[in-house]
Design a protein around this ligand. Structure first.
Ligand SMILES: NC(=O)c1ccc[n+]([C@@H]2O[C@H](COP(=O)([O-])OP(=O)(O)OC[C@H]3O[C@@H](n4cnc5c(N)ncnc54)[C@H](OP(=O)(O)O)[C@@H]3O)[C@@H](O)[C@H]2O)c1
Length: 267
């Protein structure tokens, strides 16, 4: 049965694969046998992930790309097809997490709004559009998007991130409805609170683990196996679904909400 989880022979493009969750997903994919094209703006981190994937015996290249720039996105997929011959799986993981801070609505500029929506939502659309025809012509493919718990609930003074991540869930469903009949399926990962380099400040200032039913925040490497499963043939009949990995955080309505007081539970 474990053969179904093997990614041997699969070519996978992942955005934002140089750091945090993307890096762990890329490394898990390499260990499961997948070949990789890894994209983000900075060359250094993606070169490092690609080198680690090659050490695991896989083909892996880093392609510096700004996923908000459609000409760079189109060039990324041309390069991926040139290098690997095909793209089986796209993982839309890039996002702005670093510096995403609570801001009153009247202080958000047009430029802030556009950058937040472009990076956290439009980029997934641009990448999906760039590879959809290739996948439908081959009659198979998978698009995996990365949303957030903030895609399923509101956030206090958190406009771009929550709006974009909610849009990612809808993009996933619409891709599923539109491309499923061509053999191209879609899925969405919803990570819970998983401190990475980008969110280290939050980790230091907020005892988030107290609010999570299993009593701790997540580890970046805990998202790797979810990505392997969704990239593999083991999830062939899943399309348009949402996969939450958050220690139970959303199960009861995530706290803290940013509003005091926390009411002690007596039950
Ligand atoms: N960590 C969490 O608790 C958590 C929870 C829920 C959802 N998520 C989601 O998980 C994904 C990964 O987040 P992370 O926590 O691993 O943070 P991260 O380490 O900051 O990863 C984000 C990645 O996106 C890339 N990126 C940002 N803007 C880009 C652009 N314009 N073009 C290309 N790449 C770009 C960054 O690389 P460059 O700077 O080199 O471009 C970076 O590698 C994000 O979509 C985030 O919203 C994270």
């Amino acid at each position: 049965m474990l053969e179904k989880l093997s990614l041997d022979g699969k070519s996978i493009v992942i955005t934002g694969g140089g750091t945090g969750l993307g890096r762990e997903m890329a490394l898990a994919i390499a260990r499961a046998g997948g070949d990789l094209v890894i994209a983000s703006r900075r060359a250094g981190p993606i070169e490092e992930t690609a080198a680690l994937a090659r050490e695991a015996g896989r083909s892996a290249i880093a392609v510096p790309t700004d996923v908000t720039d459609t000409s760079q996105v189109d060039a990324l997929f041309r390069r991926a097809i040139d290098e690997l011959g095909k793209v089986d799986v796209l993982i839309n993981n890039a996002g702005i997490v670093r510096g995403a801070r609570a801001t009153p609505i009247w202080e958000i500029s047009d430029a802030d709004w556009r950058l937040g929506i472009e990076t956290n939502l439009s980029s997934a659309f641009y990448c999906s559009r760039a590879i959809a025809r290739h996948m439908t012509e081959r009659g198979r493919g998978r698009i995996i998007n990365v949303s957030s718990g903030f895609g399923l609930r509101g956030g206090r003074d958190n406009y771009m991130y929550t709006t974009a991540k909610g849009g990612i869930l809808q993009l996933t469903r619409t891709l599923a409805m539109s491309l499923g009949r061509h053999g191209v399926t879609s899925a969405c990962i919803v990570p819970g609170f998983i401190p990475t380099e980008a969110t280290a400040t939050l980790r230091e200032t907020q005892p988030q683990g107290r609010f999570i039913p299993i009593g701790r925040v997540g580890l970046p490497e805990e998202i790797g196996p979810v990505a392997v499963f969704l990239a593999s043939d083991a999830s062939d009949y899943m399309n348009g679904e949402t996969f939450i990995a958050d220690g139970g955080g959303l199960a009861g309505g995530y706290a803290p909400t940013g509003y005091a007081p926390d009411v002690p539970l007596t039950i």
